[in-house]
Ligand binder design. Structure first.
Ligand code: G3I
Length: 407
């Protein structure tokens, strides 16, 4: 973001992002549902922005005839993070513009495995069946995260107690095997572990001070190994070689964590015999940060080390809460045509970069479809409408959609 030239200021900025992100996203309610939305993915519906004629989500919408997914067919799949609401309300847009899916929440541990031995497959099944019916693949998001892990997973487990750690490992193994067994046919890449790297430049791994119960109970990053071991073995048990190319790690602000992620990958490969195949750049970007040159050098480092890259949670916020290097919530903005044009240019420059790296990038997934249903309407400032996606709150295409189609 502007004014973050110095490393110390930038790393302070990242820590603040992390603090604000955790304070606002971890388990907090997702704010007031927008018109017709439900609690969860929704936020406060943003004021409809500019953009082409409205394209409602209904199946008979006369929205744009072109398709983002088809435009990029020679580059990489175009994905969207969705819930059941999107299948009910935005199916025409989903079918036209996307050919890859992620469950925004349904496949996470707490929603899908709410109690030990009790699974709630319903929403993930709906999305997986939709993908199967439409020839799409899914990202398996996510098998282990420090957030949205249900309390039962850690119940009765004491840090440093070998037998209770074995209990935790067996619970994790059971969870991973159950989810992978059910969706291995439709998932082409798994976020086996999400956000295990610290935001603190002085630490490699997220620990208890950064809300990781996993690190706290294992007393180290060893839990990361077990997640990948169980995931690898679960796929190999279904068919030999089927884990190849599917074991990913997912993270935010990757441009500031490249070396730490590569250190973790080296440890998994050389000390634990686990080959991770790729890294997800979540890509919750702002209008100016990170710069495309920083992204390119991060891409280059992973490519040089033999890893694939995916853009896993793309959105571009219109706010700049850290312009001074400290977290100061920007006041609510209206999405003017001028601001929408600035955002469109940012999306265009990002997609120019992605296309220049199409051999390395295995998919580009938006973290949602329309502004009214973005997590950013509730993080880092609950209830503050944001406008981070390709479609506005009226489900009409924004200038950003036209911009990424223009090549
Ligand atoms: O399902 C319950 C619902 O029953 C209840 O009425 C409601 C009350 O607020 O909460 C609902 O759970 C919400 C859940 O989304 C499902 O809708 C949680 O409160 C809410 O915290 C949760 O937010 C999700 C967040 O992850 C959790 O940290 C966001 O929708 C989701 O977009 C966000 O996604 C994460 C990625 O998985 C990982 N990368 C960062 C990204 C943004 O935080």
């Amino acid at each position: 973001m502007p004014g973050l030239g110095s490393t110390s200021l930038r790393s302070k900025h990242v820590r603040l992002i992390a603090v604000a992100y955790f304070v606002s996203a971890a388990g907090c309610s997702t704010g007031t549902p927008n018109s017709g939305g439900s609690a969860g993915e929704s936020g406060v519906g943003g004021a409809p922005g500019g953009g082409a004629a409205a394209a409602s989500g209904s199946a008979d919408a006369s929205g744009p005839s072109d398709s983002v997914a088809q435009k990029y067919a020679g580059d990489f799949p175009i994905g969207a993070a969705i819930g059941g609401w999107h299948l009910d309300n935005l199916s025409a847009i989903l079918e036209r513009d996307f050919n890859h899916l992620t469950c925004e929440n349904a496949m996470k541990t707490a929603p899908i495995h709410p109690a030990e031995g009790t699974f709630d497959w319903a929403e993930a099944d709906r999305i997986a069946d939709y993908a199967r019916a439409h020839g799409m693949k899914l990202t398996g998001h996510t098998l282990l995260w420090h957030q949205q892990t249900p309390a039962w997973m850690f119940a009765g487990v004491t840090a440093g107690d070998a037998s209770s750690l074995e209990l935790l490992k067996s619970r994790l193994k059971t969870h991973i095997e159950a989810v992978m067994d059910r969706y291995a046919d439709v998932v082409d890449n798994w976020d086996v572990v999400n956000e295990a790297i610290s935001d603190d430049p002085k630490k490699i791994y997220r620990d208890a001070s950064e809300m990781s119960k996993w690190y706290e109970l294992f007393g180290s990053e060893e839990y990361v190994y077990w997640a990948y071991r169980y995931a690898h073995d679960a796929l190999e048990a279904k068919s030999a070689g089927s884990s190849r190319g599917k074991l990913y790690y997912n993270e935010y602000t990757v441009t500031l964590k490249v070396d730490k992620i590569l250190t973790m990958f080296d440890w998994l490969k050389n000390a634990r015999g686990i080959q991770v195949h790729g890294v997800g750049f979540q890509s919750h970007e702002s209008l100016r940060w990170p710069g495309t040159s920083d992204l390119q050098s991060a891409f280059d480092k992973f490519a040089a080390a033999g890893y694939q890259v995916k853009i896993s949670e793309l959105d571009v916020t219109v706010y700049d809460d850290y312009s001074t290097g400290t977290f100061v919530p920007s006041p609510v903005v209206v999405l003017t045509p001028e601001l929408e044009a600035t955002q469109a240019r940012r999306f265009q420059s990002l997609f120019d970069l992605y296309r220049q790296n199409k051999g390395l990038i295995t998919s580009v997934t938006f973290w949602g479809i329309s502004d009214d249903r973005s997590w950013l309407n509730n993080a880092p400032v609950p209830g503050r409408a944001d406008y981070p996606l390709l479609y506005n709150a009226a489900h009409a295409p924004k200038q950003a959609r036209g911009a990424i189609m223009n090549f």
